[in-house]
Design a protein. Structure first.
Length: 118
Protein backbone atom coordinates (compact mmCIF):
# COMPACT_ATOMS: atom_id res chain seq x y z
CA UNK A 1 0.00 0.00 0.00
CA UNK A 2 2.78 2.42 0.76
CA UNK A 3 4.38 4.11 -2.21
CA UNK A 4 6.63 7.01 -1.29
CA UNK A 5 7.30 9.51 1.43
CA UNK A 6 8.12 13.09 0.59
CA UNK A 7 8.61 16.51 2.09
CA UNK A 8 7.18 19.52 0.30
CA UNK A 9 8.14 18.88 -3.32
CA UNK A 10 8.89 15.81 -5.43
CA UNK A 11 9.08 12.34 -3.91
CA UNK A 12 12.42 11.89 -2.25
CA UNK A 13 12.25 8.58 -0.41
CA UNK A 14 10.56 5.31 -1.15
CA UNK A 15 10.28 3.68 2.23
CA UNK A 16 8.44 0.42 1.62
CA UNK A 17 6.37 -1.49 -0.86
CA UNK A 18 3.72 -3.63 0.75
CA UNK A 19 1.38 -3.00 3.64
CA UNK A 20 1.98 -0.18 6.11
CA UNK A 21 4.36 -1.42 8.78
CA UNK A 22 3.30 -1.31 12.41
CA UNK A 23 4.72 0.72 14.00
CA UNK A 24 4.82 3.11 11.08
CA UNK A 25 8.32 4.43 10.59
CA UNK A 26 8.51 7.47 8.32
CA UNK A 27 11.84 9.28 7.99
CA UNK A 28 10.48 12.64 9.13
CA UNK A 29 7.43 14.51 10.35
CA UNK A 30 5.09 16.09 7.86
CA UNK A 31 5.63 13.20 5.44
CA UNK A 32 3.33 12.50 2.53
CA UNK A 33 2.42 8.87 1.94
CA UNK A 34 1.26 8.04 -1.57
CA UNK A 35 -0.77 4.84 -1.50
CA UNK A 36 -1.49 3.22 -4.82
CA UNK A 37 -2.75 -0.26 -3.89
CA UNK A 38 -3.56 -2.63 -1.06
CA UNK A 39 -3.88 -6.38 -0.78
CA UNK A 40 -6.66 -5.81 1.74
CA UNK A 41 -10.06 -4.30 1.01
CA UNK A 42 -9.91 -2.44 4.34
CA UNK A 43 -6.29 -1.89 5.33
CA UNK A 44 -5.58 -0.75 8.87
CA UNK A 45 -3.67 2.45 9.53
CA UNK A 46 -1.69 3.42 12.64
CA UNK A 47 -3.93 6.46 13.08
CA UNK A 48 -2.51 8.12 16.21
CA UNK A 49 1.19 7.94 15.26
CA UNK A 50 0.34 9.32 11.81
CA UNK A 51 -1.73 12.09 13.37
CA UNK A 52 1.00 13.13 15.81
CA UNK A 53 3.59 13.19 13.00
CA UNK A 54 1.32 15.30 10.74
CA UNK A 55 1.44 12.83 7.86
CA UNK A 56 -0.69 13.25 4.76
CA UNK A 57 -2.12 10.29 2.86
CA UNK A 58 -2.62 10.62 -0.88
CA UNK A 59 -4.61 7.85 -2.53
CA UNK A 60 -3.45 7.50 -6.11
CA UNK A 61 -5.46 5.53 -8.65
CA UNK A 62 -3.07 4.75 -11.49
CA UNK A 63 -5.92 4.76 -14.03
CA UNK A 64 -6.56 8.39 -13.12
CA UNK A 65 -2.97 9.57 -13.50
CA UNK A 66 -2.58 11.50 -16.76
CA UNK A 67 -0.22 9.95 -19.34
CA UNK A 68 2.23 12.91 -19.18
CA UNK A 69 2.56 12.44 -15.40
CA UNK A 70 3.23 8.71 -15.86
CA UNK A 71 5.86 9.50 -18.51
CA UNK A 72 7.49 12.03 -16.19
CA UNK A 73 7.56 9.44 -13.39
CA UNK A 74 9.28 6.94 -15.70
CA UNK A 75 11.87 9.57 -16.68
CA UNK A 76 12.54 10.47 -13.02
CA UNK A 77 12.83 6.83 -11.96
CA UNK A 78 15.15 6.08 -14.88
CA UNK A 79 17.34 9.08 -14.04
CA UNK A 80 17.48 8.03 -10.38
CA UNK A 81 18.39 4.45 -11.34
CA UNK A 82 21.34 5.74 -13.38
CA UNK A 83 22.98 6.77 -10.10
CA UNK A 84 22.54 3.41 -8.39
CA UNK A 85 25.69 1.59 -7.45
CA UNK A 86 25.43 -2.13 -6.88
CA UNK A 87 28.68 -3.50 -5.47
CA UNK A 88 29.78 -6.74 -7.12
CA UNK A 89 32.14 -8.87 -5.04
CA UNK A 90 32.75 -11.69 -7.52
CA UNK A 91 31.79 -12.81 -11.02
CA UNK A 92 32.11 -16.58 -11.32
CA UNK A 93 31.66 -19.10 -14.12
CA UNK A 94 28.79 -21.63 -13.92
CA UNK A 95 31.18 -24.33 -12.71
CA UNK A 96 31.67 -22.36 -9.48
CA UNK A 97 28.01 -22.03 -8.56
CA UNK A 98 28.53 -23.83 -5.24
CA UNK A 99 31.27 -21.33 -4.36
CA UNK A 100 28.90 -18.51 -5.31
CA UNK A 101 26.38 -19.86 -2.78
CA UNK A 102 29.09 -20.09 -0.13
CA UNK A 103 30.09 -16.46 -0.75
CA UNK A 104 26.48 -15.31 -0.46
CA UNK A 105 26.01 -17.34 2.74
CA UNK A 106 29.16 -15.75 4.20
CA UNK A 107 27.34 -12.43 4.41
CA UNK A 108 27.59 -8.88 3.11
CA UNK A 109 30.33 -7.95 0.74
CA UNK A 110 28.66 -7.23 -2.55
CA UNK A 111 26.70 -9.22 -5.07
CA UNK A 112 27.96 -12.53 -6.35
CA UNK A 113 27.17 -13.10 -10.00
CA UNK A 114 27.31 -16.24 -12.08
CA UNK A 115 28.21 -15.38 -15.68
CA UNK A 116 26.46 -17.97 -17.82
CA UNK A 117 28.26 -16.72 -20.95
CA UNK A 118 31.59 -18.08 -19.69
Amino acid sequence: MLGACERQGPASEVIRVGELPDPLVVPHSDGVIAAFASRKERPSLPFWPMLFENHVIRLVGSDDVPAPAKAAAVREATAAAAHLVIPVAEVLPPGETARAHDLVDAGPGGRVLVDVTR
